[in-house]
Write a protein of this length. Structure first.
Length: 336
């Protein structure tokens, strides 16, 4: 496509968008969304939702309207608020600092809220968000959304509450939308403020993952109290899986491993884990075409963003990039 043709397409699309803008402010019809499955990093599948563009624009308007009124808990690290630094690096720094400051025999309790997005009560959202209840039903939770499974795009539109794909009947928000992560953080903040047990240790929260640093002698009681707090909250109920690890042995939280050795905390990526990732990528490179090699580059960039703080990442990255370069060189010399 020539430069002039690209510009003509751009102008045509822009005209279509501008012509449709007056419709964005209409919140009377149910949002139309498509669901699709994506594998989780550690096994299993996650159902994600994407809205068709007009409804996506409406959802973003609602997010902008709610954002100024969100009050997160101090332990939540996923979304930035009031200029506070957030993100994976902040979790790592805060947890290392806490591990260095806490003395005595401690354990790290980890909790994962099972199907958190699918368990959020529709009635609670309608009562507490401060939005018109009809808008909440059509654009925030799955009650009146029109949801089309990706493999059945040509089939009938089905209501989210009838399909029950997003949790029990009367519960669930569409995971993956621009608004849902904000709603989930708002709900989590309310839960964390609802019970004094969350003040009994150093708490770290990322989406539906929680970790709390606690003296070993209190771990059993705190674990049961946290389960009870999630189980009885009116925004749920929510059910948790949990794991308990001594801080003097290796434990993993949000993709990073931690350990306290001789009183000194450290964060690291195990060599075997890094080696396994590199071997998998290198094996894929050996059978990749030019397009696939670009995908390999994206995988490397993604891992560099996640593991760039780790001292061993530079060598691993250089090794994989060298193989990508060699594969491109070999491909360029093949007869076409």
């Amino acid at each position: 496509m020539s430069v002039s043709e690209r510009e003509a397409v751009r102008q045509a699309r822009l005209a279509d968008v501008l012509a449709a803008l007056p419709r964005i402010n209409r919140f009377s019809a149910p949002a139309l969304a498509q669901t699709f499955k994506r594998p989780k990093p550690h096994g299993g599948e996650r159902i994600l939702t994407t809205f068709f563009w007009e409804d996506d624009a409406r959802v973003r308007v609602l997010k902008s309207a709610l954002t100024p009124f969100v009050s997160l808990h101090d332990s939540q690290f996923m979304l930035a608020q009031n200029g506070c630094r957030r993100g994976p690096a902040s979790v790592r720094e805060a947890l290392l600092r806490a591990l260095g400051e806490e003395k005595g025999d401690h354990v790290f309790l980890q909790f994962d809220v099972r199907d958190f997005f699918g368990s959020i009560s529709h009635a609670w959202l309608e009562k507490h968000l401060g939005l018109d209840r009809g808008i909440v039903r059509r654009f925030v939770h799955t009650g009146e959304m029109l949801i089309v499974p990706s493999e059945e795009m040509r089939g009938d539109r089905l209501r989210g509450d009838a399909r029950k794909e997003n949790g029990r009947s009367g519960a669930g928000i569409p995971q993956g939308s621009a608004l849902s992560s904000l709603i989930a953080e708002m709900v989590m903040a309310e839960i964390l403020r609802s019970d004094a047990v969350f003040d009994r240790g150093r708490l770290f929260t990322w989406s539906d993952n929680l970790g709390i640093l606690i003296p070993r002698g209190e771990a059993g009681v705190v674990e049961e109290l946290i389960r009870a707090a999630f189980g009885r909250h009116e925004a749920g109920p929510f059910h948790l899986s949990s794991e308990r690890k001594s801080v003097t042995s290796e434990f993993k939280f949000l993709g990073t491993w931690y350990c306290v050795e001789a009183g000194l905390p450290r964060a690291f990526i195990p060599e075997a884990v890094a080696r396994g990732w590199a071997d998998n990528v290198c094996a894929d490179i050996l059978t990749a075409d030019e397009h696939d090699l670009e995908l390999m580059e994206q995988r490397v960039r993604g891992k560099e963003a996640a593991w760039g703080w780790w001292s061993g990442m530079a060598d691993i990255s250089a090794e994989v990039r060298a193989l990508i370069w060699a594969a491109r060189e070999a491909s360029s010399h093949k007869p076409h």
